[in-house]
Write a protein that binds this ligand. Structure first.
Ligand code: NAG
Ligand code: NAG
Length: 270
């Protein structure tokens, strides 16, 4: 009887701790943030920190699989700016990295999917990096981009005023569907709504101008309700070889910021 009770208590403790772990999703916010710091440090030093990855992570650069040990992640970078979205439900993060180094400037978007390996903590199992450079982004100027994003308000939204995950995803998807001329859904434009295209900043409205008749495909999402933020990687352009990094911020149901950077699916040689 005593044994049973102890066993039952043990089980209860396991259940309780797994609930505590879950918080608002499947992974703890602080643990995801900590892994992001390790990722950014890895990229800064050009060394893959074993704390970051599982034994055989899937690493993709511009949608193409590469060996992580010889990838862009092994190029040391002087990173001037970062912003991170945390998706507790899907155990994912998105980070934007801005490098203004005049010789090799980059705007980098990275989505990482983690495995929750119990006592070993979180380990990156899929790393997707999309890299925008002067040769792939017609309006590239990392210094200008940094000044614009740095001036924006991306502060956390109090729980009572957060928009739902579903709404965030609908708005992001509907925006990307605009390219195809599909305007079934009335987007909740904020007034104002600021749109950043590479390094060009439009402060009045966010409606994109050119429509090519095709919806973006191969979409990958990171959704952060706490920031009202969505990151989407997708493929677009007439031949599907253009890669798009989009960032959205919604505040109390209204679209406030749209950021868009382009890359190409060509293999990157550094
Ligand atoms: C990368 O290097 C680490 C550490 O040396 C090694 O454990 C891992 O197997 C390597 N990964 C690949 C894909 O070769
Ligand atoms: C980027 O923009 C800054 C600020 O407007 C400007 O001083 C700089 O010359 C631009 N750099 C390039 C490479 O065009």
């Amino acid at each position: 009887m005593a044994r049973l009770t102890l066993a039952a208590l043990g089980l209860l403790a396991v259940i309780q701790s797994s609930f505590a772990q879950r918080g608002a999703g499947n992974c703890q916010w602080a643990a995801l943030r900590m892994q992001t710091d390790i990722y950014i440090e890895s990229q800064t030093y050009g060394e893959v920190d074993p704390m970051l990855v599982s034994n055989s992570p899937l690493y993709r650069e511009n949608y193409k699989q590469r060996d992580i040990n010889t990838s862009f992640l092994t190029t040391p970078l002087k990173i001037d700016y970062t912003r991170t979205f945390v998706d507790q439900r899907e155990c994912k993060t998105y980070s934007q990295l801005i490098v203004t180094d005049p010789k090799n400037p980059y705007i980098i978007g990275t989505q990482i999917t983690y495995d929750n390996i119990g006592s070993a903590g979180l380990k990156a199992k899929i790393i997707d990096v999309v890299i925008s450079r002067p040769s792939t982004e017609p309006q590239f100027n990392a210094t200008k981009t940094l000044a614009y994003v740095d001036a924006e308000d991306w502060s956390a939204i109090v729980a009572a005023k957060q928009d739902s995950r579903d709404l965030l995803k609908i708005v992001a998807n509907s925006y990307l569907d605009l390219w195809s001329g599909n305007d079934n859904y009335e987007l909740p434009w904020g007034t104002p709504c600021a749109r950043l295209e590479g390094s060009e900043y439009y402060t009045e409205e966010c409606q994109p101008v050119s429509l090519n008749g095709k919806a973006n495909t191969d979409r990958m999402y990171v959704i952060d309700e706490g920031l009202g933020a969505v990151s989407v990687f997708s493929k677009g352009g007439s031949d599907g070889a253009l890669l798009d990094i989009h960032e959205f911020r919604l505040v109390q149901g209204k679209l406030r910021y749209v950021h868009h950077f382009t890359a190409s699916d060509a293999v990157l040689v550094v």
